[in-house]
Design a protein around this ligand. Structure first.
Ligand code: GSH
Length: 214
């Protein structure tokens, strides 16, 4: 039995949901972590985050680690999945270090965006806090650097790569959450997001509007 603890809007959990959809793997979705105490949550993930994925007796956290597990354990694709095919690994073996650097930068980009969003919800104003200005600069530099590495056909043309997936989940999350960071204007990055916009696994996992403030 497969189970995914997730939040509907989480860009990290979305990557896992996209890969599960690409592979036609069914799973039980569980959003109960929002009602858990820190102790209960820590018992399944010491980092107190989602996604958390269970497959039988195996429990994993950290989205890219979960993706690596899924790609290795379930190498096939669901019948009739879209083109280009989903990559078979996180990085291309013959471009490993360059791809790994791109993935690391994409993770940092997503983390900075999620931090900005959370601090904004808490009422912290970026112009008043130097660390937040640093986060803005980090996102801007990351986007510019990624734009210089991308092609309009993705980071690994011919494949729906895990890099492309990390990118679109972070950038669509930014827009779905009141434009955390105005990333448009990076033409190749825009082309990648547009390229996958109608892919069924991407469409069916797109975040809805922000939940009401609690
Ligand atoms: N590096 C982690 C990041 C996961 C993460 O930040 N998840 C967010 C949801 S978008 C979360 O659980 N936040 C809850 C919190 O930080 O309290 C991954 O890739 O899985």
């Amino acid at each position: 039995m497969r189970k995914l603890y997730y939040s509907e809007g989480s860009p990290y959990a979305r990557k896992v949901r996209i890969v599960l959809a690409e592979k036609g793997l069914d799973f039980e979705g569980d959003q109960s972590h929002t009602g858990m105490s820190a102790e209960e949550h820590a018992a399944i993930n010491p980092n107190l985050q989602v996604p958390i994925f269970e497959d039988g007796n195996l429990r994993l956290f950290e989205s890219n680690l979960i993706l690596e597990y899924l790609l290795k354990t379930y190498p096939g694709a669901a019948p009739g999945t879209a083109e280009p095919p989903l990559a078979g690994s996180l990085t291309r073996p013959d471009h490993h270090w360059e791809d790994a650097k791109i993935l690391a930068t994409l993770e940092t980009l997503a983390t900075s965006m999620v931090n900005l969003r959370q601090l904004e919800i808490c009422g912290v104003k970026a112009e008043e806090v130097r660390y937040l200005q640093r986060q803005h600069a980090r996102i801007q530099n990351g986007l510019d650097w990624l734009e210089s590495r991308a092609t309009p056909e993705g980071f690994a043309p011919g494949l729906f790569s895990i890099m492309d997936m990390n990118l679109l989940c972070a950038l669509e999350f930014s827009e779905a959450r009141d434009d955390i960071f105005p990333w448009r204007g990076h033409q190749r990055l825009e082309a990648i997001v547009a390229r996958y916009a109608h892919r069924p696994s991407v469409q069916s996992t797109r975040p809805g509007p922000p939940p009401p403030a609690s």
